[in-house]
Design a protein around this ligand. Structure first.
Ligand SMILES: [Zn+2]
Length: 213
């Protein structure tokens, strides 16, 4: 600080900053400390909710930025303005997306000022094992953002009439390891996406499903 010069106060109402990230593209960074349960940023300052079966929702799903929410609705973010939709994935995230009410990013593990705000994408792919390489830098990084299910995996599963999935020991063994990982980072809801993907592969159509492992 030099004498006689006006100093701009280092103060901002915004608790988060959007800038280039070492993980990928632009990311979200904390400007202050957050504790578990704190809302860090809205998913998007401008967002709207539409019916999940509408053509608009299906088209927007290609961006992978829509959030499936309660009562078969999806939240579509306005990406002309930065927001929580810019959060990068981490295999050891410090935040999570909530889509009940307003879509928002909430802290799940204390975040220090300057730290990147990360979430777990929970993407499940089919026959694309190397689709999304991960550069999150976490000690336990899985190497890929997506968890892939192959046709071979699906051959070890059977869909019951009630749309739940029955697996043999081979597939159960493979998923058990990932299940332990998901548990360790509090992301067990991804198991439902895995079960739903297995049903889609087996039935070749979208379907709702009850988590089965
Ligand atoms: Zn990672």
């Amino acid at each position: 600080m030099s004498k006689g010069r006006r100093v701009k106060p280092m103060f901002s109402l915004s608790p988060a900053l959007f800038r280039e990230s070492a993980i990928a593209g632009r990311g979200v960074f904390a400007r202050r400390r957050f504790e578990p349960g704190d809302v860090v940023v809205p998913y998007a300052p401008r967002q709207r909710r539409v019916d999940a079966r509408s053509p608009e929702a299906l088209a927007a799903a290609e961006t992978k930025l829509t959030l499936l929410s309660e009562e078969r609705t999806v939240i579509i973010p306005d990406t002309s303005v930065p927001g929580g939709w810019l959060c990068n994935h981490s295999c050891d995230p410090n935040s999570a997306i909530f889509s009940d009410g307003e879509g928002r990013i909430q802290c799940t593990r204390a975040i220090s000022p300057g730290e990147e705000v990360t979430i777990f994408y929970g993407w499940v792919s089919h026959n694309e094992p190397g689709r999304d390489p991960c550069r999150c830098g976490a000690a336990g990084c899985r190497g890929f953002i997506n968890f892939d299910l192959s046709d071979e995996d699906a051959s070890h599963a059977r869909v019951r009439p009630d749309n739940t999935v029955e697996m043999d020991d081979v597939l159960r063994g493979r998923l058990a390891e990932y299940g332990r990982f998901l548990h360790s980072i509090g992301q067990e809801q991804v198991k439902e996406a895995i079960a739903a993907t297995l049903v889609r592969i087996k039935l070749r159509k979208p379907g709702s499903v009850v988590c089965a492992f």
